[in-house]
Every structure is written in C-alpha cells, then in structure tokens.
Design a protein around this ligand. Structure first.
Ligand code: ZN
Length: 151
C-alpha cells in the first residue's frame, strides 16, 4: 500500500477522487463533475454529501452548522468567508444548513449554532460553538496544526 495519495470527496457531487498528498486541492478538479476540489469560497453541503465526506474523505475540512433563522450565524458568515479565502486550497470550508438537513445536524450532536467542526479523515478533531471572527478562526485552525503535509 502506498501513502502517496489520499481520497478526497468532491463537495459538489460527492464523488471520491484520488489526489496526490501534498497537492493543493485548489489545483485539482473532480473527475466526475469537474468542480474545483477546494475553492476560495465556502460550499454548502447537503446530508448526502456530508455522509460521503464522513465515510470516505481522508483530508481536512471545516464545517459550519448554521440556520437561516439564526442571527449570530448570519453575523459570522462574512468572517467564515474571509477565513475560507485565507486558507483556499489548504482547507475546505463547508456549510450545513441545519434547518434543511436536521438529520445531519443530529448526527453531529449539534446543540447550539453556529457550531464549527474541524474534520480530518472523517473524524471530528476539534470543535467550537458561538460566533468567531476571521482572526479567531485563523488562529484556531493554525493552532490545531492539521495542515502540515504528512508525506
Ligand atoms: Zn464532483
């Protein structure tokens, strides 16, 4: 077995892509739907894509669980976008609408929103709740140190 590539789930269509480790995801496109594997803007995921990510993805991503009725969630959205732009290509920023996808939110045992989950290889490695500014997000992500290439 070689560790020179890992599986990255396309956040647009849920297809599993084989990507060389160390290659920036913003340089790669999904073999199925041609979407960029990591853009500069947050991507909305539904329950189906999230389940694929949890089951098959071997990379890292940050998930923001929010809802349209949640004022603090809407307040944090620009900060989330700013941090996504900062980490483009290194960390995928995903959003889950907990009102539209309550089963997915329940699976993550979300109690209050906004709730933020850092995932690596399908496992939650750290989480936060409440509004965070872009500098707070950046500092948190860098402190977790998940972005160092492993091979
Ligand atoms: Zn795709």
């Amino acid at each position: 077995m070689t560790a020179s590539a890992h599986h990255i789930v396309c956040t647009a269509c849920g297809a599993v892509n084989r990507v060389p480790i160390g290659k920036a995801l913003d340089q790669g496109h999904c073999g199925s739907c041609k979407a960029v594997l990591a853009g500069k803007a947050p991507v909305d995921v539904d329950e189906k894509v999230l389940n694929r990510l949890l089951a098959r993805d071997e990379g890292c991503f940050l998930l923001d669980v929010w809802a349209p009725w949640c004022g603090p969630c809407r307040m944090m959205a620009p900060s989330f976008e700013e941090a996504a732009s900062h980490f483009a290509g290194n960390l995928r920023f995903l959003k889950l609408n907990s009102e539209a996808h309550p089963n997915a939110a329940a699976r993550l045992q979300v109690r209050g929103i906004p709730a933020l989950f850092l995932f690596q290889a399908g496992r939650v490695i750290d989480q936060r709740s409440g509004v965070m500014t872009a500098p707070m997000l950046t500092q948190w992500i860098e402190s977790v140190n998940i972005l160092t290439p492993t091979a």
